[in-house]
Write a protein that binds this ligand. Structure first.
Ligand code: ADP
Ligand code: MG
Length: 679
């Protein structure tokens, strides 16, 4: 029963089943003070009346409990006979439960009740644990308190060696952390509130610390032991491109990151690098130049993008830039025809193709390279962990991996979710960009918004109008979009204005045709769902209208906004919402109107939503700490990070005698590190 309902198989599991709250049993409230806000309480008083009423399922036991300040009604639907036998009119009882109100009067359903004896109120500090349980277990009598009794018994018989210290003594001392045994005892049965807080702190620290040690060891092992392809020269292709064909000068951030990559790929260990750069910071050119380094060293590269549109766009942009250099570039997506695909696979295998660009089609089993030296994943938050893992298997010596993302992740999160990766940041936009102006407009201002679009189009600019994806229903999405499209059309008749539309129901070719018409400025308005969210680059577009903006999350809004502001003209982002929006939605819109900085937005996003929801981190399983919360316990995370880094610097293999218990503990938990081989 415990197994099935709560996943508790062993004593250990039971010990790890932590209470979600403690009740101060020394505190007795007055009935008069019960209000609608009252949570669990304990009251004491006399039973003045009790009776069994009703038949069958309506059968219940009702009692009145009175203290000096008022009366509360107690009701039981189960265990009626047994409880009624223990009640006696005029006797004093101690009652515990969560009060509710019925017709304005306070009552407790299924309270816990016991006879009040003087020593029950004897003033000893006594925090009773209450445990998570399930309805099924409750029906069998295993309520949140009964589990506590099981645990109390377990502690009576448990030898203390069963809970062995796994953190080094010096760390416990230095940071005033509770010992493991004491922490376990006190998280269940604390003598007072301070003991409980100390226990929680110790166990949270341990969670963070162990995670950081694991990540740190993976990283340092990869650095020291993994064989990596050596890109030891920067050759003709790179230099030629840099000197003759690069259409602009690189930003300082781009130069720095290219240098980091060059150093990292030259030293004979596998690069596994996360590149974070805000939308529009120019990651593509960094990818391209890294691929040229690979080519200069005789290796092939592949660049994987999350959508066909984006892969296509990368392909065209990169082919154009490389046209004078005679580098063979190919595009592989799901819509490449069988014959062409066969030929391409052949050319990859014999090395005729140097750069492969594509969607997840590039990671299919039969796509084999002669010598893959570099795999780049663009907009990584769109890919699952498993997909990235497949890139590893394309070569005997793993290729260097560069993962690029425009969804900035706050530092604390990055150090947790990607702590085993090397990390580059591009925190600088190319020069000459005018910051995007963002405004929030309500539905009733729609005509003015449309007029504004018209005036921009008259200046020769283009506009996006984006509709949300409604998760529940594809049909609704489609209808919603079509209605929107008809509306827009009514405002913008041909032949003054032409409109493109892209949505999920179209096949790749239809999407492509519509996209290309927009890119070529044959159409001035792009009506779309979020399929164009990532990556697309149309510098002439200066207006981004987001319909039902209240339905989008912050990072998505930021991504969408990043589609404009890519040229030198002033760009605008208009967040259209219904007239009634929630407080949370309003906060998001305020953040959007207040800043263009992706890293600031990421911090706000984390604060508003909590860590579990941050895109791309959910699958990693790393946010699943039992007690710790990377947001609320940020200080502790930073501390754990620091302490673990110092420890590994000093003793990277945990050979020091004082670190043996830690080492043993980690070895016993080996399975937990498997996820990390990815990326
Ligand atoms: P993202 O980082 O969002 O992928 P892109 O690589 O698509 O950004 O670059 C956005 C735009 O900025 C492109 O039009 C690109 O040509 C341009 N760009 C990139 N780097 C520079 C630079 N150093 N100077 C000027 N323009 C640049
Ligand atoms: Mg990009």
């Amino acid at each position: 029963m415990l197994k099935k309902e709560l996943n508790i198989f062993t004593f250990r599991d039971l010990l790890d089943h932590f209470p979600y709250r403690h009740i101060d049993k020394t505190k007795v409230s007055r009935i008069r003070d019960i209000s609608y806000q009252t949570d669990f309480i304990q009251v004491a008083g006399k039973i003045t009346l009790f009776q069994i009423t009703g038949q069958g399922r309506a059968r219940r036991l009702v009692a009145s409990l009175k203290d000096d300040t008022g009366v509360i009604e107690l009701t039981w639907f189960q265990g009626i006979n047994w409880i009624s036998k223990s009640l006696e009119i005029g006797k004093q009882y101690l009652v515990f439960g969560k009060p509710g109100f019925f017709m304005g009067k306070p009552q407790i359903t299924h309270p816990e009740i016991e006879i009040l004896t003087p020593e029950k109120l004897g003033g000893k500090s006594y925090l009773e644990p209450i445990y998570p349980t399930t309805e099924k277990l409750k029906a069998k009598g295993l309520n949140g308190r009964a589990i506590g009794k099981l645990l109390a018994n377990l502690f009576l018989v448990l030898p203390s060696e069963e809970i062995q210290e796994n953190l080094p003594e010096s760390i416990l001392k230095r940071w005033e952390l509770a010992g493991k045994w004491a922490a376990y005892r006190d998280i269940h049965f604390p003598g007072n509130a301070q003991a409980q807080a100390d226990a929680v702190r110790r166990l949270k620290f341990e969670e963070f610390f162990l995670a950081q040690i694991r990540l740190g060891m993976i990283k340092s092992n990869r650095h020291r032991y993994s064989k990596g392809i050596v890109f030891d020269k920067v050759g003709e292709l790179f230099n030629d491109f840099y000197e003759k064909y690069l259409p602009f000068s690189l930003t300082g951030a781009q130069k720095r990151v290219i240098k980091e990559i060059r150093m990292d790929t030259a030293r004979g260990r596998q690069m596994n690098r996360l590149l974070q750069g805000d939308v529009g910071s120019g990651k593509t050119i960094v990818a391209l130049m890294t691929m040229l380094i690979a080519a200069d060293n005789g290796y092939q590269s592949c660049l994987m993008a999350p959508t066909e549109i984006l892969a296509q766009q990368h392909y065209e942009g990169i082919s154009k830039l490389l046209a004078p250099l005679h580098v063979e570039v190919r595009l592989l997506t799901g819509s490449v025809k069988a014959a062409a695909r066969r030929k391409m696979l052949e050319e990859l295998k014999n090395g005729a193709v140097t750069i492969l660009i594509g969607t997840h089609a590039v990671i299919e089993k039969d796509v084999q390279f002669k010598q893959l030296g570099l795999a780049i994943v663009d907009e990584q938050h769109r890919f699952g962990v498993a997909q990235r893992a497949q890139l590893w298997e394309k070569n005997e010596v793993p290729p260097h991996v560069l993962v690029m993302t425009a969804t900035p992740i706050p530092r604390t999160l990055a150090m947790t979710a990607y702590g085993d990766l090397d990390y580059s940041v591009m925190d600088e936009l190319p020069p000459g960009r005018t910051p995007i102006k963002t405004v929030h407009r309500y539905e009733h201002a729609r005509p003015q918004v449309m007029d504004f679009i018209k005036s921009e189009i008259l200046k020769g600019r283009q506009a996006y109008i984006i509709f949300p994806l409604i998760e529940e229903s594809e049909k609704m999405n489609y209808e919603n979009l079509m209605k929107g499209y008809e509306n827009v059309k009514a405002y913008f008749p041909e032949p003054q204005t032409y409109i493109s539309m892209v949505h999920g129901k179209m096949n790749a070719q239809q999407k492509e045709v519509n996209m290309q018409r927009f890119v070529a400025n044959d159409t001035q308005i792009m009506v779309s769902t979020t399929v164009i969210e990532v990556g697309v680059n149309v510098p002439n577009a200066t207006v981004m209208v987001i319909e039902s903006a209240e339905k989008f999350g912050l990072s998505q809004l930021h991504q969408l906004r990043g589609r404009v502001g890519r040229g030198s003209e002033q760009s605008y982002c208009i967040l259209l919402t219904g007239d009634q929006i929630s407080k949370e939605a309003r906060e998001r819109l305020t953040v959007m109107c207040g800043t263009n900085d992706g890293f600031v937005i990421a911090e706000k996003d984390l604060a508003l939503r909590g860590p579990g929801d941050i895109e791309g981190t959910r699958q990693s399983g790393l946010m699943n700490f039992k007690l710790a919360n990377i947001l609320e316990d940020r200080d502790l995370l930073v501390l754990a990070r620091e302490v673990s880094t110092n420890l590994l610097d000093e003793d990277p293999n945990l050979e020091h005698p004082e670190h043996q218990s830690l080492r043993h503990f980690l070895m016993g938990q080996k399975g937990k590190t498997m996820w990390s081989k990815i990326s």
